[in-house]
Design a protein around this ligand. Structure first.
Ligand code: PM9
Length: 460
């Protein structure tokens, strides 16, 4: 029997543990009420298993912890800046980079430097912070993802693909001059963690070359996307994650990056490009909003831990276990008949809240409601990814009511065990059994932007 035929298992052993606090149902009811039924506003001390996000929540390796001790905290020209540059060149292949405090710092940079008032920015589905920065720079986001991505039950293997006919229509409607770049996300978060294929990217590359449109990758979960290319796309089964990431980046002009996901660090990000002039502008932009261009809002030690994390994220064994754990949770939920987005993605299992709570109107905020109920049931904290996250249409002021109304169970990397996965599935089954009794929520406080972070709600 080869190792691949055996069940997945963690390619590490545990050296240190963090104790979890258990709470009673009464304590959780009080906590969620005080948090305005928004799981972002809970105190982490009141949480048992935290599936809010995989962002900055991963466990670092002993090598990464050692890297922290190699931090060179010189204000300028830190050796860690150069070590991180070497890692970016080796694994992503981009020539130049600017460190940023996290992903949205690099999105701010890219949007402000490339978008002009009235431009159109196509993307394979929106991401909250990405679209906001595009809009703040005067751009209009245009969704060009394949239709399958908007259908939670469609089992197409590459739901992150760009629909080339939507790209053609956009160019015919507005002209290529109004499209500075396409923002291409690996393992599309809002679609359920769905990958694009290399074939689709190659097609996009030829199209963009013809129309002189740049491709900027949101590389946040690209190593995870590469795992799906390896396991699903013909011709890639014998390539390593490292080789696949390098190849796919070669069809792009640069990237924005939240290193808090793939790269296994608790903070940090970067903007990378092959365009030297653009990099100079980004460096100058960096000193206004992030810090000097050789640290960009990070400590030297954070850059060093990231350089090690990038290398670890490219390991086939790492990705096999990472994705294996998420798939396992998906299977457990399916056994109970709980409606989830299929195929299961790499970073999270997404519950289809419309199918879970069909008696609720979308303006009763089914995903927000379900997230609060799951917390009360078991102390498991999850995230809303539906009507609240989608925000309001700037023209009509109405809720955007996206087709996908989801609750995300996001797995931090290298943090929880298979027994935790079983407890999570059992807890959600208990909410499923009493789903008919659940009533919706309404806003009592709604901030202007990225409202999902800070809104408060009460029961309808
Ligand atoms: N993603 C997530 O939980 C962090 C909080 S929600 C805004 O999924 C992509 C694909 C992301 C992402 C953050 C960012 C922004 C960009 N692209 O959070 O600023 O998933 O590092 O990255 C979150 P930062």
């Amino acid at each position: 029997m080869t190792i691949e035929k055996r069940s997945w298992a963690e390619p590490y052993k545990i050296k240190m543990v963090e104790l979890l606090k258990m709470t009673t149902r009464g304590e959780r009811e009080k906590a969620i009420h005080e948090a305005g039924y928004n799981t972002f506003l809970l105190r982490s001390d009141d949480v048992y298993i935290d599936l809010l996000t995989d962002s900055g929540t991963s466990a670092m390796s002993d090598d990464q912890w050692s890297a922290l001790m190699r931090g060179d905290e010189s204000y300028a020209g830190s050796r860690n800046f150069y070590n991180l540059w070497d890692a970016i060149k080796e694994f992503y292949g981009y020539k130049y980079y600017v460190p940023t405090h996290q992903g949205r710092g690099s999105e701010h940079m890219l949007s402000q430097l490339l978008i002009k008032e009235g431009d159109y920015i196509p993307g394979n589905m929106y991401f909250t912070t990405t679209r906001l920065h595009q809009e703040k720079a005067g751009g209009n986001f245009v969704d060009v993802i394949v239709d399958e991505a908007h259908d939670a039950q469609n089992e197409f293997q590459f739901k992150g693909n760009v629909d080339m006919s939507k790209m053609e229509k956009l160019i015919a409607d507005v002209g290529a001059d109004k499209v500075p770049y396409i923002s291409l996300e690996g393992n599309v978060n809002m679609a359920g963690g769905q990958p694009f294929s290399m074939e689709n990217l190659k097609e996009l590359y030829s199209f963009c070359k013809k129309h002189d449109i740049k491709i900027y990758l949101d590389a946040t979960r690209t190593a995870e996307n590469a795992w799906f290319i390896k396991t699903r796309e013909k011709g890639y089964e014998n390539k390593s994650v490292k080789e696949i990431v390098y190849e796919l980046c070669s069809y792009t002009d640069g990237c924005t990056m939240s290193a808090k996901k793939d790269s296994l660090v608790n903070i940090g990000g970067f903007f990378a490009t092959n365009d030297e002039e653009l990099c100079k502008k980004a460096q100058n932009f960096c000193v206004i909003f992030e810090g000097l261009h050789t640290y960009g809002g990070m400590a030297g030690r954070d850059m060093e831990a990231m350089a090690v994390g990038i290398k670890e994220s490219m390991g086939d064994d790492h990705q096999r276990a990472r994705v294996g754990q998420v798939q396992y949770l998906g299977q457990q939920l399916q056994k109970y008949g709980i409606p989830i987005v299929l195929p299961v993605g790499s970073h999270a299992v997404f519950i289809d809240a419309k199918a879970f709570l069909p008696h609720l109107d979308q303006n009763d905020l089914p995903s927000q409601t379900l997230a609060a109920e799951i917390y009360v049931e078991s102390g498991v904290r999850v995230m809303e990814r539906g009507n609240v996250s989608a925000g309001r249409d700037p023209e009509t002021g109405e809720n955007r009511c996206p087709k996908l109304e989801l609750v995300r169970l996001t797995l931090p990397r290298r943090v929880y065990t298979q027994a935790h996965m079983d407890v999570i599935a059992e807890s959600i089954k208990e909410v499923w059994d009493r789903r008919d009794t659940i009533t919706g929520l309404k806003f009592v406080y709604e901030p202007e932007v990225l409202r999902f972070f800070q809104s408060r709600f009460e029961k309808k």
